[in-house]
Design a protein around this ligand. Structure first.
Ligand code: C5P
Length: 297
């Protein structure tokens, strides 16, 4: 018997970053929006814990216990006193180290899949608390839709989304490490007064109305200067998408994937085509929001 769970990628329509805290994280006001690009995580009983991965970027995915999917299985098994004897297979479509929570998606997916396979009866609250232990973005991967994340990003408040948003994502030829981008954020901000992160009411309202123009006018990412500093060519990708008519162009999370908001499906197709021929990125994908969270298939 196997269980398969489908989990979405995310884009941050707001990523407000506060000063570094002594415990090594930053306070965030983080508005997540799930997008219709998915990984599928399948778990099957096995003699021992094992992870395999398929997909174009599969060679970049660690198959040891540094993989969040393996850590999720271990965390749930440990709480229940089980042996985590399961084969986890990841069919990967979300870019690796791309700023779209691909690793977090696999963590949330494996947790829900193992919980279903093992019939542990864990509550939603317990699953969310395990997600928060696994990583800042993992709870959102479980929940999907749209949410405001505070604390280090893991405390979620669900937000209403009143329409469909059309996105184009440009994937880069290499990844960026999230801790490295946060370190660069700290370096660039040294000696300056970094304000407390505050959720944007404009963005919350734009999501609720399904208003792409209003969302485009307010989209923001405080990590973007740091990502551009480490990966300056991303400026060319952002410019190419803007020139093709994107309403907004922004680095997704800690990057290096860049996200382009389009007015409608036709405009998204135009932006995607322009980016594909621009020579400024490796791969282009169109996807819409919102998308549901981790779902047992
Ligand atoms: O929580 P997660 O493991 O995804 O975080 C990865 C890294 O991103 C952390 O080790 C930290 O360097 C950085 N981070 C941060 N502040 C946050 C979230 C993540 O500095 N709120």
């Amino acid at each position: 018997m196997s269980v398969t769970v489908r989990v979405p990628a995310k884009v941050n329509v707001q990523l407000a970053v506060g000063a570094a805290r002594p415990y090594g994280f930053h306070d965030l006001a983080n508005i997540f929006l799930a997008v219709g690009l998915y990984d599928e995580v399948t778990v099957t009983p096995a003699d021992a814990l094992r992870v395999t991965c398929e997909g174009p970027d599969a060679d970049q995915v660690p198959l040891d216990t540094s993989n969040l999917a393996a850590r999720a299985a271990l965390a749930l098994a440990e709480r229940r006193g089980f042996e985590p004897n399961v084969h986890i297979h990841i069919a990967k479509d979300i870019p690796v180290a791309g700023g779209m929570a691909g690793g977090s998606a696999d963590g949330a997916g494996a947790l829900l899949a193992c919980n279903t396979l093992w019939q542990t009866g864990a509550s939603r609250a317990e699953l969310l608390s395990i997600c928060a232990e696994l990583g800042s973005d993992v709870p959102f991967s479980l929940v999907g839709g749209a949410a405001l994340g505070t604390g280090r990003g893991e405390k979620l408040r669900t937000l209403d989304v009143g329409g469909t948003f059309h996105w184009v994502f440009a994937m880069a030829g290499r990844g960026l490490s999230t801790p490295a981008v946060f370190r660069e954020f700290d370096r660039l901000g040294e000696g300056t007064d970094i304000p407390e992160p505050v959720a944007s009411q404009e963005i919350v309202e734009a999501l609720a109305k399904g208003d792409a123009d209003a969302l485009a006018a307010s989209v923001s990412n405080d990590l973007q200067p740091a990502a551009l500093s480490l990966f300056p060519e991303l400026a060319d990708t952002l410019a190419a998408g803007r020139a093709a008519g994107a309403l907004a162009a922004v680095v997704s999370g800690s990057g290096p994937t860049t996200a382009f908001l389009a007015r409608d499906k036709e405009s998204a197709a135009k932006v995607a085509q322009a980016l594909e021929t621009s020579g400024t990125c490796q791969k282009v994908r169109a996807a819409s929001s919102p998308a549901p969270g981790a779902t047992v298939l």
